[in-house]
Design a protein around this ligand. Structure first.
Ligand SMILES: NC(=O)c1ccc[n+]([C@@H]2O[C@H](COP(=O)([O-])OP(=O)(O)OC[C@H]3O[C@@H](n4cnc5c(N)ncnc54)[C@H](OP(=O)(O)O)[C@@H]3O)[C@@H](O)[C@H]2O)c1
Length: 311
């Protein structure tokens, strides 16, 4: 497993991590096997959110109940969670009280005394950066949160936060897969008339912004074709892409899921792939994509086979 020191932290992190959004209905044994497989593959970084699960903090609780980590086992992993979504509504809430309450709930559910990284889950249109800054300061000084980041944020939204927030924004979690990649594909076809790929969907250059500002991009839904509409892997809707994936999988002697993972890890931005599968086999298969030496030609072939244009 390829690792790197996350800028703005001392965390030595793997470039493939495990998301726990889908474990609400898994048994203790299933959660333990999933996490054990991840750990065996070198994945010691786990992504949560207060809203994952059937009830608030449900998946965080499921994780902690199943694992019952000792203090030293807890110290050996990185726990990341998110706050800022209110499900009843729904709406977004970056107010001081909401952020503090959410972290308190996550600490209880995860049975830990600290969150390693807290992300603001989705931009709150009513954000008051000074209030976020006050929440971050209190969470940091009380030792409850070590590092802070965002998710689904544009460069402008991050700059607005950074004017008030003292702590470095260490991560921006963004949707990214070979089939859903406006943050990459837009830059390949910039400034072309009548070309949908040329349209800026991300507030303008979010990937370059994150690279320039040492913000680690974390790719969520790495195997989903679009927005939670099923995987492209093996899907009859993507015959050309799957043909290329299968050919490269045979050449590199890895499962297809490793090629889809490697397409993201091959990018020099040092992104992290956030796996959402609950299948141990798929976790170990995806981990094989951590350090896959895809060539430029391979990478662009996958890019084109997913329907993107190289002008
Ligand atoms: N920041 C955000 O806004 C945001 C949004 C969404 C997700 N996330 C994070 O990102 C993580 C990943 O998201 P995701 O679960 O949507 O991503 P994903 O890994 O692309 O999708 C996993 C889902 O696809 C299914 N699947 C079916 N066939 C598959 C195959 N051949 N290979 C892999 N998966 C297959 C999996 O089922 P099985 O379980 O049966 O394998 C699982 O339900 C989440 O756990 C969460 O931590 C963040």
């Amino acid at each position: 497993m390829k690792t790197f020191t996350m800028p703005g932290t001392r965390i030595v992190a793997p470039n493939v991590v495990l998301g726990l959004m889908r474990i609400a209905d898994k048994t203790d044994d299933e959660v333990r096997e999933l996490v054990r497989t991840a750990r065996d593959a070198g994945i010691d970084f786990f992504d949560h959110a207060d809203v994952y699960g059937n009830e608030l903090h449900g998946c965080e609780r499921r994780f902690a109940e199943a694992l019952r980590l000792t203090a030293s086992q807890r110290d050996a992993i990185t726990l990341q969670t998110k706050a800022g979504i209110v499900r009843e509504g729904p709406y977004f809430d970056f107010s001081y009280d909401h952020l503090i309450d959410s972290v308190e709930g996550s600490l209880r559910a995860l049975r830990t005394d600290r969150i390693d990284i807290l992300l603001l889950h989705r931009p709150d249109a009513l954000v008051e950066p000074e209030e976020v800054a006050r929440a971050f300061d209190d969470l940091e000084s009380s030792g409850k949160v070590r590092h802070f980041g965002v998710s689904n944020h544009t460069p402008g939204q991050i700059d607005l936060l950074r004017r008030s927030v003292r702590q470095p924004i260490v991560a921006n979690q963004l949707q990214l897969s070979v089939t859903h990649q406006p943050i990459i594909a837009q830059g390949v076809a910039a400034n072309m008339l009548n070309e949908q790929q040329s349209a800026t969907l991300d507030g303008g250059g979010i990937l370059d912004y994150c690279r320039l500002n040492d913000i680690t991009v974390q790719a969520w839904s790495p195997f989903q074709a679009g927005f939670f509409n099923g995987t492209f892997l093996g899907s009859p809707d993507y015959p050309e892409l799957n043909a290329v994936i299968d050919r490269l999988a045979a050449r590199y002697q890895v499962p297809a899921i490793a090629i889809a993972t490697g397409w993201i890890t091959r990018h020099p931005a040092r992104m992290q792939v956030v796996l959402g599968t609950t299948s141990p086999d798929r976790v170990s298969g995806a981990a094989q994509g951590s350090d896959l030496p895809l060539t430029r030609a391979d990478w662009y072939e996958l890019f084109r086979a997913a329907g993107h244009r190289v002008p």
